[in-house]
Design a protein around this ligand. Sequence first.
Ligand SMILES: Nc1nc2c(ncn2[C@@H]2O[C@H](COP(=O)(O)OP(=O)(O)OP(=O)(O)O)[C@@H](O)[C@H]2O)c(=O)[nH]1
Ligand SMILES: [Mg+2]
Length: 193
Amino acid sequence: MIAAVLAGGTGRRFGGDKLLVEVGGKPLLLHTLERLGLARRVDEIVLVASPHNADRLRTFGFRVLVDELMIGPIGGVYTALELGDVFVVAGDMPLLVPEFIDYIIDRFNESGREACVPRWGNGYLEPLHAAYSTPFRESLWGRIKAGNYALNLAIRESDVCYIETEKLPGSWRESLFNVNTREDLERLSRIVF
Ligand SMILES: Nc1nc2c(ncn2[C@@H]2O[C@H](COP(=O)(O)OP(=O)(O)OP(=O)(O)O)[C@@H](O)[C@H]2O)c(=O)[nH]1
Ligand SMILES: [Mg+2]
């Protein structure tokens, strides 16, 4: 399956381009890409850039799609789905667990659902660590046209399979860690690198 890495955000909470910030000797995005590359079910990695950072992201050597919508993650997922079924992650997830990704892709393939998305016990979803099908693209477009940009809602109102995170190995949880603030980055370099 193709894996699409959303990398077109502005990093408002971080205060700048977080994906190119160096941690443990390399850009944050490279950690994500290397971990993702270890997933056996991932055949190709594609970056989903903004019109502003597409050229910079091409230097990583992967195919780059340009997100012309720039309405947040829902637009990134919509753009990625032009390639067919995709596993989507965020570029700011440096601790991805390849086995967890393979597990979701297997569940997605056997389920025949429109998407497979991790879910916490309190109902919280992890839409940027999930598998999506081509038919889901059509329902996303209907929502986008109507100005509904909430990806979570689009998922909840579709025929989706949920992966209950709390029933999985505890060591897989770090896969969902993402860097949103400078504090997250400090925590990461203290604990891991
Ligand atoms: N292609 C694309 N990627 C996006 C978009 N919005 C966010 N992303 C990416 O999706 C991932 C998760 O989003 P966030 O954690 O909210 O990152 P962000 O939007 O850069 O940061 P904030 O402005 O603080 O929300 C990041 O890797 C972003 O680069 C978008 O509209 N298009
Ligand atoms: Mg994030």
